[in-house]
Design a protein around this ligand. Structure first.
Ligand code: 7TS
Length: 411
């Protein structure tokens, strides 16, 4: 055993996740792809099942009992999200279908309204395509410029580089809280201060942030924070956009349809108040309620306790994998979270993933929707093991043994 042992009841946590009892090719499932999508505890599965079995109707439309019940549960979920990230007002929480849609909402609404050819957007080299392409689409429409903050060899993104690129021309600074490839945690609070001093708004892609650490949007000071349900042990098909109320209030709707209006005539339509203005159409109802259950689940364990456990596991995994000759880590920033990307001199990432899958080990291999970052590190792709609250040192040991086998096959 390497490192300190933290009291954390991993066995009982694993018991909450029915899928972890499944065998894969006759082997124990070693699920190391939580950064792709996390597995769901039975508390979340049961909450979703309960909606369809006992409390289902459309929301905010009917006057009947079921609609009132479902609407109340849906709004309770919004409150849980608001508390989870410490938003000042519940109306600052917009439900979307995922991180991707949340970022597209900001680009299409805030971006189209406020940016022109003289303006600039600042991104980083560590972004997922979800936080690159919406801004490129915006650039193509309004003619603004995109500047990109570099990443150093360890995967650190330096504050000085943000300072260098943010200017009075910058209208939006958009970057990930945590890189899905490098595991690097970006200095959100510090960058936000710099951006605000130049009059820019800050959009955080929190897809990989909220699951690894407590997030307080008021303390961070950010203007927008986007994340999805499926990486925080909740359902897929549900996402969140947090936005400061004053900004959301003056932004135009992103999509039009039912539920987002006050009055409609063929001449003029007026918008509903927040958050409805940004939730056109029937929303992902059961998914939102399931997200609320996932938040309850994480809160019951304790966000700090989860973070501490994952750091310990990351340290163990780093040490274990360091012992494998010819394995090169991509992303060694201090304070990183439990995402371990690597290449091996002996084999292509796709071969590695396919071979270790025979041992029941699920990792992701590819460009991780971060092609510019692959280019930066001069690799076509990488293998990534990502750890969640249900992973154990035994999982790490099986990963390490499986990687040793890869070396044997390719020697
Ligand atoms: N931003 C980051 C940093 C991500 O890691 C992902 C998904 C997204 C945005 C998009 O989230 P979505 O829920 O809208 O799809 N990342 C990954 C990944 O690393 N492997 O599979 C999906």
């Amino acid at each position: 055993m390497i490192g300190k042992t933290i009291p954390f009841d991993a066995a009982s946590i694993r018991n909450d996740f029915p899928i972890l009892k499944e065998e894969v090719r006759g082997k124990r499932l070693v699920y190391l792809d939580s950064a792709g999508s996390a597995q769901k505890p039975k508390q979340v599965i049961d909450a979703v099942k309960h909606v369809y079995e006992a409390e289902y109707s459309n929301v905010h439309r009917g006057l009947h009992y079921m609609s009132e019940q479902t609407s109340a549960r849906y709004e309770e979920a919004r409150l849980k999200v608001a508390r989870f990230i410490n938003a000042e007002f519940e109306q600052e929480i917009i439900f979307t279908k995922g991180t991707t849609e949340s970022i597209n909402l900001v680009a299409n609404s805030f971006g189209i309204k406020n940016l022109g050819p003289e303006d600039e957007i600042v991104l980083t080299w560590a972004e997922h395509h979800s936080n690159i392409i919406p801004w490129q689409l915006l650039r193509d429409q309004v003619g603004c410029k995109i500047n990109v903050v570099p990443v150093d060899d360890d995967g650190v993104i330096r504050l000085e580089e943000f300072e260098r690129l943010i200017s009075k021309k910058t209208k939006i600074v958009a970057f990930c809280h945590v890189s899905n490839v490098l595991g690097t945690v970006l200095p959100v609070k510090e960058v936000t201060k710099i951006a605000h001093a130049h009059g820019a708004v800050v959009v955080i892609d929190g897809a990989q942030g909220v699951v690894h650490m407590p997030v307080d949007v008021q303390d961070l000071g950010v203007d927008f924070y986007a994340f999805g349900g499926h990486k925080v042990y909740g359902p897929s098909g549900i996402g969140v956009l947090y936005g400061k109320r004053d900004l959301l209030n003056v932004m135009p709707p992103y999509q039009g349809g039912g539920g987002m209006i006050n009055t409609v005539t063929f001449d003029k339509t007026t918008w509903a108040d927040l958050p409805d203005k940004f939730e056109a159409g029937t929303p992902p109802i059961a998914q939102a309620i399931g997200l609320g259950a996932a938040i309850d689940y994480m809160n019951n364990i304790g966000l700090n306790k989860i973070a501490e456990y994952e750091v310990d596991l990351l340290e163990y995994a780093t040490q274990r994998l360091s012992g494998i000759e010819g394995l090169n880590f991509i992303g060694t920033a201090p304070g990183k979270v439990s995402v371990l990307s690597f290449t091996m001199d002996c084999a292509h990432p796709h071969d590695i993933a396919t071979i270790i899958d025979q041992n029941g080990v699920a990792v992701r291999a590819g460009h991780h929707c971060a092609q510019p970052l692959m280019e930066r590190f001069d690799i076509p792709s990488a293998t990534r093991a990502s750890f969640g609250l249900y992973n154990t040192r035994e999982d790490v040991d099986i990963l390490a043994t499986s990687l040793e086998k890869v070396k044997e096959i390719f020697k």
